[in-house]
Structures are given as structure tokens and as C-alpha cells.
Design a protein around this ligand. Structure first.
Ligand SMILES: Nc1ncnc2c1ncn2[C@@H]1O[C@H](COP(=O)(O)OP(=O)(O)OP(=O)(O)O)[C@@H](O)[C@H]1O
Ligand SMILES: [Mg+2]
Length: 389
């Protein structure tokens, strides 16, 4: 049954049905974590207390809205993730990626703003949210080490209300799907990290939800395991099954190759949200072309060539490289971001010069990330106490 439009999620009525425009929608999402000095906990009044005065009131105080010093993990995040999209969340350590994901999958309650998962609010309708979204979190193993992979899945199938032949068929299909069938009857404790990850994925897929969320899905996998996992995401879950996939990652190349759109999160805020290609070009207005000549380019030809290139549309500057005898060996041509390079290429080829190589130096997602956050994708940036109200 579709959620009621009273939830304010964006969408439109189609006859008697309200169709959600987005799989995930957040508006001004805020999350604060209380920070207590070591040896203390947060009391009912929201202030740190000594552990020696632990009492029921103190323990309940942990759940009270905090007024003491806090870390603002999310500071008003607005994101709209379309149905069927592969959406990546990037950000340095401590940016708020896991917190965002945990709010979506009902593990953490927000302190402000709005969140909708296929139109359902995780704090108001957690069971509806969990019918629509499954999360694969690296730390949430929850498997029994002495049971086999298959038995662990049977246990979860039972919890999810899947019994008998239906459960066996679904589990068999998922074990094939993830390449685990041959080791399905081995004890979980014998599984490698990659196999444990695949079992986590099986567990997430027991319930066939339209949205799947992964927190750093390929961390700890070897290159082959990571490639297999990416193929599985793109080919099966996204293309064949049309699922919406949200993943957080530190791997910028992975994000560039996998995701339809990405958001870069830093210090709890979204600093960019677009396609990987558009984000790559956000930070730089220029592209660089490097031309290396194989034959000799003498004086008068050099001068004519360089002045013709400088006149070509979209060209900003031309820097020649000379060898010890003063002969031109290469050119570095700075171009506008959207310049048509055919004019430049025809000037180079019409001159009858022998060209060894032409390389375009495009900005990478890493360049954009570094420029926007001032840090590499895996650099530390955590632990920001913001002070109280
Ligand atoms: N349970 C918690 N209690 C207190 N602070 C927390 C808690 N969980 C997260 N934080 C803080 O909230 C901020 C965001 O953390 P979060 O785990 O969401 O970041 P992240 O982007 O997933 O980082 P990473 O890339 O290291 O996984 C950090 O400053 C972190 O220390
Ligand atoms: Mg994290």
C-alpha cells in the first residue's frame, strides 16, 4: 500500500495512487551526537555526569535531546535520490556518510529535518521503511560462527517471514547469485572476508526490497572481489532488477565508474551533487592538451604554428618545450573546459608535422574531491565537537 501524501514527500497522484518522485528524499536533515568527556555520561539535563551517579534517570537521560557539547554529524542535508539510480556518497572520514545511511535504515534517529524512503518516514513508519530498503553495513555481521552460511541465511529467512520451499528456493538462488553455493555448507567461521561480505549481501537480498544501501561495500575486498561486486551491482541489481542503489565509498574511481550521480559530503553538509563527470569539471574551467612531436620542428614553422594555435577558438595559452638545441619537441595547450578541439587538431595536422602523441589531461574526480574538501578521500577529518546550545 502506498504511503499517504500527508507525509509531504514529493510525488504526484496517479488515479487513487500517490506515486513517489524519489526513492530517498531528505530535507534539512540534522543529526547531533552528544560528546561526554571520558568517565562521564549524558544526564537527563543534557549535561555530562560522573559515572558514579548512574541511575535510571541518568540512563534515560542518554535518550533525551542533548543540550551539552555535541558533534553535528549532519548539518541540514538535502538529497533527492531517484528511483533506479546508482547513487554514491563520498566524503572524508567523519563526513557523516554512515550516519546518513543509518538514519535511512532506522538504526539512528535524526534530530531535525525530514527523511522519506519511498515516501515513508523512518522514525514514524520504520517497518514500512524496512519493507522498502535493506542496508548492508560492514560492521553488522550478526552471523553465528558455528552455523553454515546456508543455515545462517535460513535463520534470517525465518525472521523475515519466509518459510519452507520459498525460503530454500530464495536462498539457493542468492547463493548462486553471489557465487557462494560451493561453500554454502561450510561453517561461517571458515569464510574469508570476501565470502562474509557476499553472505551479508545474500542476507540483504532475502527480502526483495526496491532500495539497497551499502556502506563501503568493497572495503577489504581484493581487486578481483571488488570488480565482481561492482559487476553484480551494475549488471544484476541495477540493470536487470532496476533497484535503487545507494552506496558510500572512499574509492573515487569506483564511484566514477559505478554511480549515475554522486554527492560529496564534508563536515556534515553536501558540497556537491551531480554526475561524476560534471563534478570532475566543477573545479576546473580548463583542460590541457599535451602534443609531443616525433620529427624536428624548425624556427619559422614553430612560430607560425604557435601563433595559429593561439588564435584558435577555445585556446587560452600555448607553452612550447624545446630541446637543448632549441628545437620544439612538445606543446602544452590550455583550452576552455568545453572547447572543440577539432580546430587545434587540424592546425597541428595541416602543418605536416610528425606527431608522436596527443594527450588530454582531464581533471579526475580525485582532483575535484581534493579541491573541494582540501583532503584525500581517505584522509582523517573526524572528531569535531561543535559546542552546546
Ligand atoms: N555513535 C556516535 N557517537 C558519537 N559520535 C559519533 C557516533 N557515530 C558517529 N559519530 C561522529 O559523527 C561524525 C560522522 O561520523 P560518520 O561515521 O557518519 O562518518 P563517515 O563519513 O561514515 O566516516 P568514515 O569515512 O570514517 O566511515 C564523526 O565525527 C563521528 O565521530
Ligand atoms: Mg562510515
Amino acid at each position: 500500500m502506498p504511503p499517504m501524501p500527508a507525509l509531504k514527500a514529493e510525488g504526484a497522484w496517479l488515479g487513487a495512487c500517490y506515486i513517489m518522485a524519489y526513492a530517498v528524499e531528505t530535507v534539512g536533515l540534522v543529526k547531533r551526537y552528544a560528546v561526554a568527556p571520558s568517565g562521564t555520561f549524558i544526564g537527563l539535563d543534557g549535561r555530562p555526569k560522573s559515572r558514579s551517579v548512574q541511575s535510571f534517570t541518568g540512563i534515560f537521560g542518554l535518550f533525551k535531546k542533548q543540550h551539552g557539547p555535541y558533534i553535528e554529524a549532519l548539518k541540514g542535508v538535502d538529497l533527492k535520490i531517484k528511483k533506479g539510480e546508482i547513487f554514491g556518497i563520498l566524503g572524508p572520514n567523519g563526513a557523516g556518510k554512515t550516519t546518513f545511511i543509518k538514519i535511512l535504515c532506522t538504526l539512528v534517529l535524526r534530530d531535525g529535518g525530514e527523511v522519506y524512503v519511498n515516501g515513508y518516514d523512518p522514525s514514524e513508519s520504520p517497518s514500512d521503511v524496512l519493507r522498502n530498503l535493506q542496508a548492508v553495513l560492514p560492521e553488522s555481521r550478526g552471523f553465528n560462527w558455528r552455523l553454515s552460511g546456508r543455515q545462517n541465511l535460513e535463520f534470517y529467512a525465518l525472521l523475515y517471514g519466509l518459510h519452507g520451499d520459498d525460503a530454500r528456493a530464495r536462498i539457493g538462488y542468492l547463493l548462486d547469485y553471489t557465487g557462494l553455493r560451493e561453500r554454502a555448507d561450510d561453517c561461517y567461521q571458515k569464510y574469508s572476508t570476501g565470502m562474509q561480505r557476499r553472505l551479508l549481501l545474500c542476507r540483504a537480498l532475502i527480502r526483495d526490497t526496491p532500495i539497497i544501501v551499502f556502506d563501503e561495500p568493497t572495503a577489504g575486498l581484493d581487486p578481483t572481489g571488488a570488480v565482481e561486486f561492482r559487476d553484480l551491482l551494475i549488471d544484476r541489481l541495477s540493470r536487470r532488477e532496476g533497484k535503487t542503489i545507494l552506496l558510500s565509498t572512499h574509492n573515487l574511481q569506483e564511484a566514477q565508474g559505478l554511480c549515475d550521480r554522486i554527492a560529496i559530503l564534508d563536515h556534515g553538509g553536501v558540497i556537491a551533487c551531480d554526475t561524476p563527470d560534471n563534478i570532475r569539471h566543477l573545479v576546473t574551467e580548463k583542460r590541457t592538451m599535451r602534443v609531443v612531436f616525433s620529427g624536428m620542428v624548425y624556427g619559422p614553422i614553430q612560430d607560425r604554428l604557435i601563433s595559429a594555435l593561439k588564435e584558435a577558438p577555445g585556446v587560452n595559452s600555448v607553452s612550447p618545450t624545446f630541446d637543448q638545441e632549441g628545437i620544439l619537441t612538445a606543446l602544452t595547450i590550455r583550452l576552455d573546459k568545453d572547447a572543440d578541439i577539432s580546430g587545434v587538431l587540424s592546425i597541428l595536422t595541416d602543418g605536416g608535422l610528425s606527431i608522436k602523441s596527443v594527450n588530454m589531461d582531464e581533471p579526475s574526480l580525485e582532483d575535484a574531491f581534493m579541491a573541494m574538501t582540501g583532503r584525500g578521500a581517505s584522509n582523517q577529518g573526524a572528531g569535531r565537537a561543535e559546542g552546546g546550545a
